[in-house]
Design a binder for this molecule. Sequence first.
Ligand code: ADP
Ligand code: UDP
Length: 235
Amino acid sequence: MEKLEQLYEGKAKKIFRTSDPYILVIEYKDDAAAFHGEKKGTILGKGIINNKMSNYTMSLLEKNGVPTHLIRELNDRETAVKKVEIVPLEVIVRNVSAGNFARRLGVEEGKKLPCPTLEFLYKDDALGDPMVNSYHAVAIGAATFEEIDQITKYAFLINDVMSKYFKDIGILLVDFKVEFGRYRGQLLLADEISPDTCRLWDINTNERLDKDRFRRDLGNETEACQEVFRRLGIR
Ligand code: ADP
Ligand code: UDP
């Protein structure tokens, strides 16, 4: 798979064109950003961990009925994926109160929610990724109601598969963000699933094993990511 010119550089990844118009190469960087890019840093080896964990998780999800953009891991930092038209929604599933949910709704961080919840953010940097409901999403042309239904089903299925998987390795899946895209008439899970996009807590100690270590200056970000990696048994 030949990597041609760079099409885009985001906060965490670079995207390259290939000779096949339907295939992109994603390169994962060590750059870390939080609070809409206001806090920046570098976490040594993060790109490798995110690439491998994302591919590992997507393969697991494929086996459990969630179609994904994953084609093939090319090397430690690069993966070939199907080029999708991104649905401009960040789809967030929560099992336990944390982060923005805890702050906005005054629910103590760490409280288990009675059932998983779902929220959508409209991906627009200039607007600061505002939260929208399904009617807003349709009204602004981000998705159709049919797509929202499909996204909702996939989001909860992803939550079921990942929650069980992480529980078995002593990790509580607190919440996560996913993105979907359109590919030849099909909706696919795209972007990444990694410690950057999930809140992962040790089941026994509640130790943060995710990007909150960076967001909250807890230190040892690399070690925390490596611990997840080690427990997943990824090489
Ligand atoms: P950001 O754009 O938020 O800074 P990244 O650094 O992660 O984030 O950039 C990756 C970009 O690539 C995101 O905008 C994401 O929506 C997009 N993307 C992810 N997977 C695919 C795909 N399979 N096809 C096309 N675009 C994708
Ligand atoms: N998240 C993400 N990208 C975003 C916003 C959120 O990956 O732009 C993830 C985040 O890592 C967490 C979940 O979505 O796992 C919920 O984040 P929250 O809404 O609580 O926002 P935060 O407090 O992280 O700003």
